[in-house]
Design a protein around this ligand. Sequence first.
Ligand code: SF4
Length: 358
Amino acid sequence: MMTLHTLSCFDGFTCLAGDCPDTCCQNWEVTVDDETAVYYQHLEGALGERLRALMTKTPDGTIFQLKGGFCPLLLPDGFCSVQRSLGEEHLGVNCALYPRFNEIYGGTREFCLAISCPEAARRLFSAPAPLTITQATLDELPEPNDLDPERYLTLRRCRDAAIAMVQDRSLPFSRRMALLLDFAAAVQRLYKKRCFAEIRALCKTYDEAPARAERAQQLPARARRGAIYDARIAQLFAQMEPIGAPQWPDAVRQVQQALPHIAASTVSDWQYEHLLVYFLYRYFLKAVNDGRIVHRVRGMAICVRMLQLAASVTGVASELATLAYRFSREIEHSEENMEQIWHAGGSRLFAGLIDAME
Ligand code: SF4
């Protein structure tokens, strides 16, 4: 049987539809999967005619061209014409699924929401209680796969240890970040040599809060190098491909202009903790495919720091959810932009990122 994992805050999501403050039916190309396109091609009546008139074939598949930046099927009250007339089951696959997605690792399905949806982002930051990964059994058989069980189970163990250290509120958040970066570098060294038993032993040493506190104390606190890394982080985001609305690129520009005199973010640490747990949940296990552990963890730290800087300069400090969904639309929805972050995380430019932690 398959096991289902869910990040606790995302359980029970429903789309806000007409009440959404920033609908997803804009700026992004609306793709229509082949099966749905065939259904629309044969649909009778006025809606069928309209859908056929709006569908456009491109070399990458069928799409609805946006009109004035919005999906042409979006109604003035924020609902979708197809959903209202035909029901959710006749939406294209992408429209029906978003912002939900699943990652399959052998017999485990990991369910997550993209925080590019304002409601998903709101849920992520809705309560200070530590997030958990809930588990359930699905009435589905695992599909055949070529996952290396030893690598996967080792990474699962590492992710649990990483989330526990990020959620250790007896330590200041910046110390937890330093601990995580140190841990990721140690795991990477062992993982390369396939020393999986040693990695599991290392995780065990981080299970106890006193051991974590001791290690956190041993790590150097050299925040004076923070300004150097802040400039590098802002530069990294400034040269990324803009893919949608201007608010996130504007926030990045504001950060660049304000550097190096940016006051500490007034957002509560538990919100950054939740953000980091979301990143760990969503991206850490992907290392099973390419072995890039420290690249990803440094990349996550880079993203958290960028959101801290943006929260300080844009005046939306009380609304991290707003910044986060704008960030996610521009960054997480571009494979190219995400690749730049992982690449930066593994580069010499950010190899000493731990030195920027207080
Ligand atoms: S962004 Fe989220 S809440 Fe808003 S319309 Fe899309 S799925 Fe619904």
